[in-house]
Design a protein around this ligand. Structure first.
Ligand code: PAF
Length: 288
């Protein structure tokens, strides 16, 4: 049975004794409602450290006023059972993390402004602020994040670089259901019918990737291919489909060549999708 701690002081005491024993600490922040995807992050963390600390905290700072903070699944008991074998589970409370008069944010000025950042104003400020706070409290050697939230992962990498933190940030591959749907805590919001349609995002990405592999560098064609598959279910409202540079996350611009006016550069890119299916907002991505 893992140890579950609530207060910052208790957690710091445990971390201190790990440090005294010269142990490497890996940290996996989560919002709970755990699934196989989270467990793969824990496994990855284990490969890199002697001790693994997992936080479970539904961070109010990263939800907009119209978003699902109140109904976000909270399944602490089940989560603790799933994390059996983890050294420390930390389930802090909001009152201690954000006492009255809390007033400082971490803001990214560039990479957070497009994709999910455009649709969810303030979201990434909330994420970066809580993650920075966690990093300061846990002081891990390693931190593991899922690449399903690709923009979040890149923003955290950037924050660590910009603010000179001595933390090795690792991005873990997306874990998918058998039909390809990227695992997410929010998948449990989907009705049975919507769940059946949800896989179209993955199928769209796959189809675009196949086209890319066959040599297409026509951005419009790749985006349209993906979109067509998704909107073949009328229930989808696509928020964005973009192709970005894997390293900088800047949107790849089409370049003119003699043959075509819509070539994307032949460099590693990632195609990212956000779409609403009923009330549920789904995101996914695929690296080409
Ligand atoms: O990806 C998440 O679950 C959250 O955004 C994180 C990183 C735990 C911060 O609240």
């Amino acid at each position: 049975m893992s140890k579950t701690l609530i207060s910052i002081a208790d957690l710091k005491r445990d971390i201190e004794s790990m440090r005294t024993a010269n142990e490497r600490v890996a940290f996996v922040p989560t919002m709970g409602a755990l699934h196989e995807g989270h467990l793969s992050l824990v496994k990855e963390a284990r490969n890199h450290a002697d001790r693994v600390v997992v936080s479970i905290f539904v961070n109010p700072l990263q939800f907009g006023p119209q978003e699902d903070f109140a109904k976000y699944p909270r399944t602490l008991k089940e989560d603790i059972a799933l994390l059996d074998g983890v050294d420390v589970i930390w389930a802090p409370n909001a009152a201690e993390l954000y006492p009255d008069h809390f007033q400082t944010n971490v803001t990214n000025r560039k990479m957070s402004s497009h994709l999910c950042g455009a649709a969810r104003p303030g979201h990434f400020d909330g994420v970066l602020t809580v993650v920075m706070k966690f990093f300061n409290i846990v002081q891990p050697d390693i931190a593991v994040f899922g690449k399903k939230d690709f923009q979040q992962f890149k923003l955290i990498e950037q924050m660590v670089k910009d603010l000179s933190l001595k933390i090795n940030v690792i991005g873990a591959p997306i874990v998918r259901e058998q039909d390809g749907l990227a695992m997410s805590s929010r998948n449990r919001y989907l009705s049975v019918d919507d769940r059946a349609d949800a896989t179209r995002i993955y199928q769209g990405l796959q189809k675009a990737k196949e086209l890319y592999k066959k040599g297409s560098r026509n951005k419009q064609e790749l985006v349209d291919t993906c979109r067509e598959v998704i909107v073949s279910s009328k229930k989808f409202a696509v928020e964005y489909i973009e192709i970005c540079d894997v390293n900088t996350l800047s949107i790849v611009e089409e370049k003119s060549t003699e043959k075509s006016t819509t070539q994307i550069p032949d460099e590693p890119v990632v195609m990212l999708v956000a779409a609403r299916l009923g009330q549920t907002r789904l995101i996914d991505n695929m690296e080409f």
